[in-house]
Write a protein that binds this ligand. Structure first.
Ligand code: GTP
Ligand code: MG
Length: 428
């Protein structure tokens, strides 16, 4: 036995002369994981009534409670439910998130937004836990979406623009597995053409869907074959019927019966195999190493963290923090200075405004004062002329009175004279 772990410099390969025991490491890992349990989160995106809930019930062979969504939602919402499942001795915490009201609005421009926001919110919650000083990641309920089942309506034509836009917005955030829903509604020859059409539309629009991994030898063949069958055409049903000596899930029509788990009838079994039995762990891993990593990188870069400085030298977290702090303090000072300048400027402006108003007031006061003085002068002149008139009148009056009295005096002496003359003439 030999140990070939590190091929780097300074590492030697040495033979072991007896059993040591670290070959049980994989078993230890398995035991630990089984004890801890697993979690898996599925997001079902698809128009109302396309069979999302039914397919989930069919996939996990159970009846998850859930009511049909209303068709009159003003916008798209996401509904999440978590269930504890157990198979053999393995515990699975399964979260199923479904879109509510997807495709029901007249204006579908923003329909993808709540979905993107939901996925990002789960990444953000995980990142915040990671960034905490006291982390409890082993106990943390990881709600990041591991698989997005995208339900395509069985139109037999092409993808709707809503589907293309939504998948394009989601492809860098989540593992998308496109499926043709209610595929019992489409004939065999139409289905082949429809699958080709969908694949070519996804390729020409640059939509990256999840590819089952072919790097692990044990699953490379089956995964390679299954990749060619995408998108899976599925049928969902929880109705069962005994066929032969086996209970089978079926959908019954007036003209016949379709068996959900019959591979010649639809791709349901292929989906279940690929999603649950073969690639569940890869979906979880891809979510962590690809999608979450991308989110984390963008978010940390947005926050100003870098691995290298502008000269491509390594940059530690501490240095980044200090650089960011200094940058922040500098900005704060700049802002303070700007505010001070603005304040001074405002004060100056207000001062000038007040001075202007004062000047205007003075001018108005002077104008009024002059007006008043003019008015006063006019009145004085008028008074003077009136006084003059009064004086002249008085003088004229006095002269008239004098004349009158003189006239009376003259009249009196004449009467006396005539009296004397009458006496003298002997009348008495
Ligand atoms: P909402 O939650 O309301 O958006 O609907 P949903 O997408 O969860 O659909 P649901 O599973 O409630 O199914 C809606 C109807 O479609 C039900 O009457 C189902 O029986 C039927 N249905 C589900 N799957 C299939 C299918 O594969 N083929 C056909 N023909 N009908 C199906
Ligand atoms: Mg539903």
């Amino acid at each position: 036995k030999c140990f070939k772990s590190f091929q780097g410099e300074g590492c030697r390969t040495v033979p072991l002369s007896g059993h040591v025991g670290f070959d049980s490491l994989p078993d230890q890992l398995v035991n630990k994981s089984v004890n801890h349990g697993f979690c898996f989160n599925i997001l079902c995106v698809g128009e109302t009534g396309l069979g999302k809930s039914t397919l989930m019930d069919t996939l996990f062979n159970t009846k998850f409670e859930g009511e049909p969504a209303s068709h009159s939602q003003p916008g798209v919402q996401l509904k999440s439910s978590t269930y504890d499942l157990q198979e053999s001795n393995v515990n699975l915490k399964l979260t199923i998130v479904g879109t509510v009201g997807f495709g029901d609005q007249i204006n579908k421009e923003d329909s993808y937004k709540p979905i993107v926001e939901f996925i990002d919110a789960q990444f953000e919650a995980y990142l915040q836990e990671e960034l905490k000083i006291k982390r409890v990641l082993h106990n943390f309920h990881d709600s990041r979406i591991h698989a997005c089942l995208y339900f395509i309506a069985p139109t037999g034509h092409s993808l709707k623009s809503l589907d293309l836009v939504t998948m394009k917005k989601l492809d860098s955030k989540v593992n998308i597995i496109p499926i043709i829903a209610k595929s019992d509604a489409i004939s065999k020859s139409e289905l082949t053409k429809f699958k080709i059409k969908i694949t070519s539309e996804l390729v020409s629009n640059g939509v990256q869907i999840y590819q089952f991994p072919t790097d692990d030898e044990s699953v490379a063949e089956i995964n390679g074959t299954m990749n060619a069958h995408l998108p899976f055409a599925v049928i969902g049903s929880t109705e069962e019927q005994k066929i032969g000596n086996k209970m089978m899930k079926i959908r019954q029509y007036p003209w016949g019966t379709v068996q959900v788990e019959n591979e010649t009838h639809c791709d349901f079994v292929k989906l279940r195999e690929m999603l649950i039995r073969v690639n569940m762990e890869d979906l979880r891993e891809q979510t962590h190493t690809r999608h979450y990593e991308l989110y984390r990188r963008c978010k940390l870069e947005e926050m100003g963290f870098k691995d290298t400085d502008p000269d491509s030298k390594p940059f530690s977290l501490q240095e980044t923090y200090e650089a960011k702090r200094n940058e922040f303090l500098g900005e704060l000072q700049k802002k303070e200075e700007e505010m001070r300048q603005m304040f001074v400027q405002r004060v100056k402006e207000k001062e000038a405004e007040l001075k202007e108003a004062e000047k205007e007031l003075h001018e108005k006061f002077d104008r009024l004062k002059k007006l008043h003085q003019d008015e006063k002068k006019k009145l004085e002149d008028k008074k003077k002329s009136l006084d003059d008139e009064v004086n002249a009148f008085k003088q004229r009056k006095m002269a008239a009175e004098l004349l009158q009295s003189q006239a009376q005096q003259a009249g009196g002496s004449q009467t006396l004279k005539r009296e004397k003359e009458r006496k003298n003439s002997g009348f008495l």
